[in-house]
Design a protein around this ligand. Structure first.
Ligand code: DC
Length: 221
């Protein structure tokens, strides 16, 4: 069974996807980490992120592995490094490169082949797994998403970034993700929409879990 969770940055989809995979004992696929790894690798190699063919070649040749919520590039664990704000910005640039999207979508399908998976990203229910059995589109208002990102930056990098700066970055990234020509961020027609504004992560998780279990029961009565 494939469960897709799409939505904008800071919507709470990552926490929900990880928790859901754990509760259901499904594998977890963080596709954002793959785009982040591409940006990381290009920056390591001083490749201009706007140079589409150089970025595509780098992606194609990149040994990328996702395992137990860690990301490895060429055997090197880059899980923490790819969360840096420079990589967040860079990942949204490489994500609008059609060749990068094609390559990563193929690797995502390969990862999910023959497994039960909870996969999260922007295009999982629309482009990568259009036949997924259960699709969610998770959102929250921009102000709440900015406040969540601010707390995360403080916890992860001990960085205090003004809320207004984060809000501006979130709006820029939303605009880029939603308006790109190929596979823009949008809800699949058959996705269940979940607004997490003002809702605790535990309550979001409970709701998602019960919806998936309902679908599983219907599929295997
Ligand atoms: O979910 P995230 O913040 O880790 O994603 C990083 C970037 O990658 C973000 O700008 C959107 C992009 N992305 C995408 O275009 N498609 C996906 N399936 C996952 C992420």
């Amino acid at each position: 069974m494939i469960v897709t969770i799409d939505g904008p940055a800071g919507s709470g989809k990552s926490t929900a996807a990880r928790g859901l995979a754990q509760r259901l004992q499904f594998d977890f696929l963080d596709t954002g980490a793959m785009y982040r790894a591409v940006a990381w690798q290009c920056l390591q190699r001083s490749i201009d992120l706007h140079d589409e063919s150089a970025v595509a070649a780098c992606t194609h040749a990149m040994p990328l592995r996702l395992e137990q919520q860690h990301v490895f590039v060429d055997g090197c664990d880059v899980t923490a490094e790819v969360r840096h704000p420079d990589i967040s910005r860079g990942s949204s640039i490489v994500a609008s490169n059609p060749a990068v999207r094609r390559e990563l979508a193929a690797r995502q399908r390969e990862f999910a082949s023959g497994r039960n998976v909870v996969t999260e990203g922007r295009d999982q229910g629309t482009a990568v797994f259009p036949n997924a059995e259960c699709k969610f589109y998770v959102t929250a208002n921009a102000e709440e998403r900015a406040a969540r990102r601010q707390r995360e930056l403080l916890e992860r990098h001990e960085q205090t970034v003004p809320l207004d700066d984060i809000l501006t970055q979130i709006r820029e990234r939303d605009a880029r993700d939603k308006t790109r020509v190929i596979d823009p961020l949008r809800a699949a027609d058959d996705a269940i929409r979940v607004d997490t504004s003002g809702v605790t992560p535990e309550a979001v998780l409970d709701r998602l879990e019960s919806l998936v279990r309902e679908r599983m029961a219907r599929a295997n009565p």
